[in-house]
Design a protein. Structure first.
Length: 282
């Protein structure tokens, strides 16, 4: 699988596994663990979770799923609530996440979204967590260019990535944010690469141009949506899959190579906006 290189030289797969809403239904537990393990065994060893997901239930599920594996071969990401991202709470929040995950360290720890804690304080705490060995590196989520500029002014040069919503139908990040991140050697981590539920996702899945590209490669429309994100420069993604069928389809998408004709067709059907006003949220 193609890799992406972080600014510290670490290589990670462009396709990982998300866990939003996973771990919340006991009846699905074994299936979700089996799914995560299949992904790990097929090069998708990047797993993204958060203390918010099921109020820790997702982290506990991930912890059980990764228990049999060599920890050094995994790349585990979790996120801290913004109200826990200050000196009073972040250290305990991180330790709580580590306990639920059954690991001694996180490969990356993200500020989940911007809150009231000053960036200077969060940056200092993140760097202390690195010094203590509780995390290897840190990043952010749901921050736009203005926020990222402010983060750098607050000493955040060691930020490794920005996780934002991004897919074929929501390309606003390409206008300003993605070029800015590339300039500063911070890859963009795309969540919801298949779009969230609702009219937008339905319109993507039913679009005739996407169907033409899918038919050409003998794959599904969903796989084309995922491969579009995987084709973007300096971007990696963490789609959720809670079944073997879904995770296998996601993994297969990483081997699809969209050519120039495919990308032009998709671009014409869902063009990048001329300008944006804030991050896309759908």
């Amino acid at each position: 699988m193609k890799k992406i290189t972080l600014k510290d030289g670490t290589e990670i797969p462009v396709l990982g596994q998300g866990t939003w809403y996973m771990g919340e239904n006991p009846a699905k537990k074994e299936q979700e663990i089996e799914t995560l393990r299949w992904g790990i065994e097929h090069d998708m060893n990047l797993i993204d979770t958060a203390e918010m997901y099921g109020e820790g239930a997702s982290e506990e599920l991930v912890g059980e799923a990764i228990a049999p594996y060599d920890r050094s071969k995994l790349f585990i990401v979790s996120k801290v609530y913004p109200w826990n991202a200050g000196r009073d709470h972040i250290f305990q929040s991180c330790r709580n996440s580590l306990k639920r995950l059954g690991t001694d360290y996180l490969d990356m720890y993200l500020l989940h979204w911007r809150g009231d804690v000053p960036f200077e304080e969060t940056v200092d705490c993140m760097e202390e967590l690195v010094e203590e060995g509780l995390i290897r590196r840190w990043g952010v989520s749901n921050l736009d260019v203005d926020d990222m500029e402010e983060l750098l002014d607050a000493g955040g040069d060691n930020c490794m990535a920005d996780q934002v919503l991004y897919h074929l139908g929501s390309r606003g990040a390409e206008v300003e944010l993605l070029p800015w991140l590339q300039e500063h050697q911070m890859p963009m981590m795309a969540y919801c690469p298949l779009a969230q539920a609702g009219r937008l996702k339905a319109s993507l899945l039913q679009n005739p141009e996407i169907q033409k590209v899918a038919d050409k490669h003998h794959v599904t429309n969903v796989q084309i949506l995922l491969d579009f994100v995987l084709s973007r420069p300096y971007t990696f993604t963490v789609p959720k899959a809670s079944s073997l069928e879904h995770v296998k389809a996601n993994r297969a998408a990483a081997d699809i190579i969209l050519d120039e004709e495919d990308l032009k067709r998709l671009d014409a059907a869902f063009p990048k906006p001329a300008y944006v006003n804030g991050l896309d949220m759908a």
